[in-house]
Design a protein around this ligand. Sequence first.
Ligand SMILES: [Zn+2]
Ligand SMILES: [Zn+2]
Length: 223
Amino acid sequence: MSAAPLPEHVAKFRTEYRRTESGRYYIGWAHFAFTSLGSLSVIGLALSQLSGVRPWEWLMVPASFLLANVAEYFGHRGPMHHRTKGLGLVYRRHTQQHHHFFTDEAMAYESSHDFRMVLFPPVLLLFFLGGIATPIGALFFALGSPNIGWLFVATAMGYFLTYEWLHFCYHLPAEHLLARLPLVARLRSHHQVHHDLRRMGRFNFNITFPICDRLLGTVWKQK
Ligand SMILES: [Zn+2]
Ligand SMILES: [Zn+2]
C-alpha cells in the first residue's frame, strides 16, 4: 500500500463512496477474473475461426488497433468527461467517481474491494462485445471476408483487455513490481497527469498508448 497519507478530499470521497455504494456481494478478484477470462475466451474463439489467412488480411490487426486507439481517445475525451445523453452512467462513473476516488496524489487502490472503481462493470464488457465488436466484426465478415471479421473481433477484444490490465496496473500501489516495469511506469505517469483534477479535461486522454494524444497535441508537457 502507498505509504503517503491520502489527501483529505480523497479520503472523504472514498469513505462516502464505500458507505453509499456498499457492494456487499462484490468480490474484486471475481470481477478481475470475469473481465480477463471473458475477454480471453472471445479472443481464443475468434482466433480459432481463422483459416488460411492471406497476407493482406493480417493488415486488419494494425488497422483495428489504430481504430481502437481513436475510439479510446474520443470515448474518454467525449462522454467519459462530458455529460452525454444516454451515456450519463459513463460520465458519472468516470468523471464524478473514478477521478475523485483516485487523483494524481492518490493513485493506488486500498483493497480488492476498490477494483470496482478501476475495472469496467461486467455489463460494459457485454456492451463492448455485443454492441460494438460483434456488429462491426459482422460487417467486416460480410463485406470483406470471414478472416478479417474474426481478426477485428480478436484485436478489439485484445485492445479492451490491454486497456483493463494497464489501467489496473496504473492504480496498483506505486511500489508494486508490475507498476515498476519500465513501459508500465511510463504509461502510468502519463495517466497520473490526467488524474490531476486541473488537467483531466484537457490532457492525456489515451489510457493505453498515447498515439492520438501525440497526433492531436494533447500530451501534457511540463513548462
Ligand atoms: Zn485511472
Ligand atoms: Zn479521465
